[in-house]
Design a protein around this ligand. Structure first.
Ligand SMILES: Nc1ncnc2c1ncn2[C@@H]1O[C@H](COP(=O)(O)OP(=O)(O)OP(=O)(O)O)[C@@H](O)[C@H]1O
Ligand SMILES: [Mg+2]
Length: 373
């Protein structure tokens, strides 16, 4: 074991430093290890000195470290030397933690030696995580605030089927009391009652989905595959309405972190809307195109384009509002739910009229995996 060429004064100086200070030789063998380093890593100075510094780094850096030193010594081109940067370090117990590492080459040392200063960033990371948790909480609070505004609208929406149910029930009673009533008349009224009850239940089910502030269950996913899987469900629906479903995929899409079920629900809402819009279109090609592509910023964009009449300009500004609908049987929640899902993924959902006709809904999703170091 090489004895560390560190004087007593220098040792004392190292030990009062708040940050970890580690001196290594050209092979990466530790020559000095101060108190702060002992606290940070859980090794005593005696255990650390004479061993390789790479035990203080998690893989893959551990395996690459010797190569970095060699490359610097051969080429003189620094990879990290002279440049401070945030890296992961590894404690004695195997747990990893973030540090800012600044490395300097000790001048005129032969063989060359290096000194590393390490500043523990655990508390900074915790603060950032806490801030993110706060933001999520805020997002769900603001969603609830919107819900507050929605309460009146929900009441109104549910009231309609309830009033209808009550009317039909009274009609049934009258029909049953009257003489010569046809059974078919009663049956028709009962069918209306069950239909209206289903409609009320559907509104409640969808509102519940909208309120549920659950965090998306994210996993890396291939957006094209996700659309492909969904298209199996949609094709028969499209065929029934004589609509052609065209999938137009970019080939170079990276996997991104998302909740596949939720994003499929968004696509399903958009494609259903497109098919419904085409049902009212009189002439021309009935086409729904689902197109994926990668944007320069590393984001992924999915467009759902139809050749229908496009969104009625009179409601274009409100289509993402809950209960905004032009359909007899619509709840007007499809787009509101879709927007809240996409925004929970830190993405955007926008509408543009399509040229020469039709509607174009654009989902933009960030690539969270690419933005993490
Ligand atoms: N592709 C489209 N083309 C034309 N208009 C559209 C299109 N998509 C949505 N809209 C308009 O936006 C309104 C709101 O859509 P949204 O999906 O939120 O509710 P909905 O489709 O009416 O009801 P639900 O989704 O419950 O069936 C629709 O009623 C329709 O007027
Ligand atoms: Mg809809």
């Amino acid at each position: 074991m090489t004895s560390p060429p560190v004087t007593r004064e220098f040792r004392a100086l190292l030990d009062v430093a708040v940050d970890a200070v580690i001196i290594i030789d050209h092979r990466g063998i530790i020559e000095a290890f101060n108190r702060a380093a002992e606290r940070m890593f859980g090794y005593t100075m005696a255990e650390a000195i004479g061993t390789s510094v790479n035990r203080l780094m998690p893989e893959p850096h551990r395996s690459e470290h010797d190569r970095h030193i060699r490359r610097y010594l051969d080429s003189g081109v620094p990879h990290i030397i002279g440049i401070g940067r945030d890296v992961e370090a590894c404690r004695r117990d195997g747990s990893s933690f973030p540090v800012n590492l600044a490395v300097g080459h000790i001048p005129d040392s032969d063989p060359p030696r290096f000194v590393g200063f390490l500043h523990d960033l655990t508390s900074r990371r915790e603060a950032a995580e806490e801030q993110q948790r706060m933001q999520q909480r805020m997002a769900s609070v603001s969603r609830l605030a919107t819900m507050g505004e929605m309460a009146a609208a929900i009441g109104h929406e549910i009231n309609q089927p309830l009033a209808a149910i009550s009317n039909y029930a009274m009609a049934c009673e009258r029909l049953l009391e009257a003489e010569g009533t046809e059974l078919a008349e009663v049956q028709a009224a009962l069918r209306q009652i069950s239909g209206q009850a289903l409609r009320a239940a559907e509104i409640i089910r969808r509102v519940r989905n909208l309120v549920r502030a659950h965090e998306p269950r994210r996993a890396p996913a291939d957006v094209n595959k996700l659309i492909e899987d969904l298209s199996v469900l949609i094709r028969s629906d499209a065929r029934l309405s004589s609509v052609e479903l065209v999938l137009d995929f970019a080939g170079n899409l990276p996997q991104i972190e998302l909740d596949s079920i939720q994003i499929q629900q968004v696509l399903l809402n958009l494609i259903h809307n497109a098919i419904e819009a085409l049902a009212t279109a009189s002439a021309g090609a009935r086409q729904v195109i689902v197109r994926s592509r990668r944007l320069a910023a590393g984001e992924i964009e999915i467009r759902v384009i139809d050749s229908g009449p496009g969104v009625d300009p009179a409601i274009a500004g409100r289509i993402f509002d809950p209960f905004c609908t032009t359909k007899e049987q619509g709840t007007g929640l499809g787009l509101a739910i879709s927007k809240s899902i996409v925004e929970a993924h830190r993405g955007r959902l926008e509408y543009h009229p399509n040229a020469p006709r039709g509607a174009c809904f654009v989902i933009t999703l960030p690539n969270a995996m690419e933005s993490t170091p």
